[in-house]
Every structure is written in C-alpha cells, then in structure tokens.
Design a protein around this ligand. Structure first.
Ligand SMILES: Cc1cc2nc3c(=O)[nH]c(=O)nc-3n(C[C@H](O)[C@H](O)[C@H](O)COP(=O)(O)OP(=O)(O)OC[C@H]3O[C@@H](n4cnc5c(N)ncnc54)[C@H](O)[C@@H]3O)c2cc1C
Length: 414
C-alpha cells in the first residue's frame, strides 16, 4: 500500500475535565448525567448533532429490559436515570406502543413494564434537557480520533471537528462509543464475534408515516411506526466496507417497503409512506473490550451473584438457544470489573462493548440494562476523579452504595 508521511504537530488543549465521556448513545448519556450529578466536571463528546445513538440515530425505538419479559417478572431490575427518562417521556407524550408481548405496568416510579416504544424526537429532547440540567457540557459534531497516553494511562482524547484537531484532557475517560474505539486505540485487548458465533445481524430500521388508524403491530407512536428494514448487506470491518454496505442496504429500502405494502393492504389504503430513514445503520455488535472480568453465559443463565455487581439484566438472550431464551430468574448481575479494561489505566468502558461473552451480551445489549451500565460507569468515573483513585482500585462498596442512594438497583432479594 502506498503511504504518505503526516508531520507531527502540537495541538491546542481545548478543555480539561474530571470526566470525558466519548459517545452519546444510551450508555454515554447516562454515564455523563451520573458523572455530573456526582459533581464531576463532565464533557460528553458525540460525533452527531444530537444524543441517543442507536435509539435515535438508528431509529431503534424500543427500549427493552426494565424487568423480565416473562415470569418471574415481579421485580423491576433497572431504575435510576433510565427510569427517569421513561417517566419524562411519559410526561411529554413521548411513549408509543411496544410490539413486545409483556405484562403492562403502570409506568410510574418503580413500576415500569418490560419494554417501551419511544418517539425518537422526544427522546432526543428529554435526554438533552436532562444532561443540561445535570451540568454536562456537550460537544457535538466531534469525532474521537486518538487517545492521549502517558505510558499505559489515558490522559484525554484527540478529537476532530470544524475547529480542526485538538486535545481534550480528562482525569477519567469513559468509552461509550459502542464500538470500544477509545479502549482499542489506547491498547486495551478486545475480541470480536465471528459470523459462525451466531453474531447478531445488523440492519436498517426505517420509519413509516401516514398510518392514520391502520392496524400495524410494530413500534408505534402517533401515526408513525418503526420497522426492522433490510438486513445489512455486507460487514462493517473498516470504513470502506461500512460505507459500501450502507449504500447497498439503503438502496433496498423502497423494495422492502413495497413488499410490506403488499403484505399489509391496510397500510396502502391509509396512504402510508417512508417517513424517514435513519442517520446511522443499526449496528448491533462490534468489539468487546477485555476487562478484569469477562461475563460468561453460565453467569447469566444461573444468575450468579457478584460482590461488585453494578447493574442487572433481565432481558432475554435473543437467539442463542433458539429464539429468545427467557431467564428463569429475575435477572443476572453485571460486575463492575466488566467495565474496567485490561492494560489501560484511567479508562472505563460502558455500553454494548463491555467485557462479556456473546450470550449475556445478547441480553444486556437491551437499552434499559445498557443505561444502567452507563450510570455505573459515570458514577465510578466521578468517584475516581474526586478521590484520585484508578478505576481498578475503586472501592466498589462505595460505588454500589452511591448508586443505590441515587435510585439504581444493584442487588436483588435472595
Ligand atoms: C438493529 C438493532 C435492533 C435492536 N433492537 C433492540 C430492541 O428492540 N430493544 C433494545 O432495547 N435494544 C435493541 N438494540 C440494541 C441497542 O440499541 C444497543 O445495544 C444500544 O443502543 C447500545 O448502546 P451504546 O450506548 O452502548 O451504543 P450506541 O447506541 O451504538 O451509541 C454509541 C454512540 O457513540 C457515538 N460514537 C461512536 N463512535 C464515535 C467516535 N469515534 N467519536 C464520537 N462519537 C462516537 C455514536 O454516534 C453513538 O451516538 C438493537 C440494536 C440494533 C442495531
């Protein structure tokens, strides 16, 4: 391959923070809010011009996993900031109808159903408002490029945006890019599932509008509904592959819609049309960052207890044991150590790329547990920054007590 030399240059330091969160998806939003509420000076960096990640930019509008989908479903296993978001959406008329089979709960504090369909525009508004009220500084249209390293410790990030290239320093950095971009470039080991590992497939969601009263069982809000559109055509291993794949997948949307109209004459009669295609393809899984502990399938299926549990997932494992392996207990525990990467100091990982085997990932990738994981990462980051301790040395008892005092569930009755 032909190569060119990029000259070294000095960069301006555009800001110094206690905690820098990279990625404004469900995990990054809750990490940043938790960090700021715990009095850390917090920056949230996002490559797009709005928050929500897959929930908004990929139109994945079903937030699942506040409790087990089937019995035993007596316990709400995710509360905290994720619950606040659902209640704020309810308040602003931002909840629709989830297509998932579930027992309907009251949607009041401590009594949420398994799944909620969200209006993505209301979601963008509600989470941005919550971030502002918590004191988070947001930097939109900014792409993480490289870590700033001192030996094996991360000291900040180098970003690119309209102002050019600059450095932003943070005592603790939280990688909430979903893909583990920060951790991987900082030198943390990672693994990726192969197609033969039954990796979850990617796809392009899209919105159908103009439904009026047409019956249509999908994620529904107002006269619109989001549907699972064409599956992603190729892979996503490098930027060229993603782009080629995106071109091919986007070109299939109207054929997909035509088949849908053929199968649902009521949609055609109502005058339904493609209301929106998303900013981003829906990419389900890429890297898993190796942490101090890797969550196993056995941990999830048996509901193994951990002294450092910081989040609980009760969502089904999507397809590993046939379609939807429902848990036979209230939920399994996610240890803090899954958020602490090997080899890199002052870094925490949040969201879908935490240290996990494929099977538990297929449960806790649901956005309710993902937001609980985000809250754990942000709270931990703030405590580390405040007390000057490395994430791997954090007092997990203090972390769990702080999270419980702030309304999150980290333990279940025995
Ligand atoms: C097709 C599909 C269907 C799904 N179905 C459901 C479902 O029904 N229910 C459910 O609960 N969950 C579902 N999920 C899973 C869920 O959406 C994800 O697991 C969840 O969104 C992961 O959250 P995250 O914050 O870790 O990552 P993401 O949502 O991927 O957010 C990452 C954020 O980081 C930003 N970012 C990435 N790289 C950079 C960078 N270099 N610089 C700056 N910013 C960056 C992105 O723009 C994005 O905002 C589905 C996912 C897909 C793709």
């Amino acid at each position: 391959m032909r190569r060119i030399h990029e000259p070294a240059r000095e960069l301006a330091v555009a800001g110094e923070f206690d905690v820098v969160v990279v990625g404004g998806g469900p995990a990054g939003i809750t990490a940043a809010i938790a960090s700021a509420r715990n009095e850390a000076k917090t920056l949230l960096i996002e490559k797009l011009g709005f928050l929500g990640g897959t929930a908004t930019a990929s139109l994945m509008n079903n937030i699942n996993g506040f409790r087990n989908q089937v019995k035993p479903d007596a316990t709400q296993t995710v509360k905290g900031i994720a619950q606040e978001i659902i209640l704020a959406l309810k308040e602003t008329g931002g909840l629709g109808k989830s297509p998932y089979k579930q027992e309907e709960h009251a949607t009041v504090k401590d009594d949420l159903s398994y799944s909620y369909c969200i209006d993505p525009e209301k979601f963008k508004f509600v989470v941005l408002e919550m971030a502002m009220e918590s004191g988070v500084e947001v930097l939109f249209h900014t792409y993480f490029s490289a870590p700033v390293m001192a030996g094996n410790a991360i000291e900040g990030v180098i970003v690119e945006n309209k102002s050019g290239r600059s450095a932003i320093l943070g005592k603790i950095v939280v990688d909430a890019t979903g893909d583990g971009d920060v951790a991987a470039r900082a030198g943390a080991p990672f693994w990726e599932a192969k197609h033969e590992d039954k990796k979850l497939v990617d796809g392009l969601m899209y919105k159908i509008s103009g439904l009026k009263d047409a019956p249509f069982e999908s994620c529904r809000y107002g006269d619109s509904s989001v549907v699972w559109g064409p599956a992603m055509v190729w892979g996503h291993n490098d930027a060229w592959e993603i782009s080629h794949s995106e071109v091919a997948t986007r070109l299939e949307v109207y054929d997909h819609f035509k088949s849908l109209l053929g199968a649902n004459p009521a949609l055609a009669a109502a005058g339904a049309y493609v209301g929106e295609t998303p900013a981003m393809l829906g990419i389900r899984q890429t890297r898993f960052i190796e942490g101090v502990y890797k969550l196993t399938a056995d941990d999830a299926i048996t509901g193994r207890r951990f002294d450092d549990a910081v989040a609980i997932s009760s969502a089904p494992i999507i397809h590993y044991y046939g379609y939807r392996r429902f848990l036979e207990h209230e939920g399994y525990f996610i240890p803090y150590r899954c958020l602490v990467p090997k080899k890199v100091e002052n870094l925490l990982v949040s969201g879908r790329c935490i240290s996990s085997e494929q099977q538990p990932y297929e449960s806790h990738r649901s956005m309710a547990p993902i937001m609980a994981i985000g809250q754990a990462a942000g709270t931990a980051a703030a405590l580390c920054a405040r007390d000057g301790v490395a994430p791997r040395d954090l007092d997990v008892k203090l972390l769990r007590e702080t999270m419980e005092a702030q309304g999150q569930v980290v333990e279940l009755p025995r």
